[in-house]
Design a protein. Sequence first.
Length: 273
Amino acid sequence: MKKILRFCAALLAAAAMTLPASALKPVTVLFNGLPVCAEQTSLIDTSTYVPLRAFCAAMGVTDIAWDAETGTATVTAPGLTIRAKVNEVWIEVNGRAFHAPDGVRLVDGVMMIPVRPLSRAFGLDVAWDAETDTASLTESGSGWAAEAAAVYNEADLYWLSRIISAESRGEPLAGQLAVGNVVLNRVASDEFPNTIYDVIFDRKYAIQFTPIANGTIYNEPDELSIIAAKLALEGYSLSTSVLYFLNPDLATSFWIPQNRPFSFTIGTHDFYT
């Protein structure tokens, strides 16, 4: 539940993601034992932040484009593309979506990004020492993040993004992600089929998802639904136990609330285990 509240709070705090430097708590970030961006690394809320441009330069990447109208930075190098936008709680890396807890921030005109997703983009491991407020980065040996095509099963992304969009288009990202979590939790459960496609089209106890009945499963997903699907496929989960959801204002059957334990509500959906 704390993770859900934190994720939702990050989304709702978008307007507060432009901060003065005075709001920051200095922390230390080391790369192979040496300080990185020593005067700019900071703790914001619960995340260690680093300045995007300076951090990338420390990794040997200096090609960074800034779009002031959209608040978007794009980092490019052979084999690596990173896109980060102020107020978003993810960064795009080689077509993938990495969760950025507490969001992408702008501090005195400098784009600041949580160190963990950015380190992941460069193939770095992160260890945190709470006693000294120090994040230690070391090379994992995996190299820069792999391309989306090498990580996501094309059919899984296709169907997961479509069921998320058909069920929760217009919902906040947290709500869309939770729908994706339900599908993946069912895949992992012995009670349901073991593939995303088979879970979505499961008819063992009648149709499981309304979009299968009304055909909206075949509609093109919106961009946010694709991001939610990618985050879910990357392993980010608001809950590993929710298996059911419904919109109580639209539901025609109330078997779920009558038979399953309630877990939480996001947007118009109630989620159950």
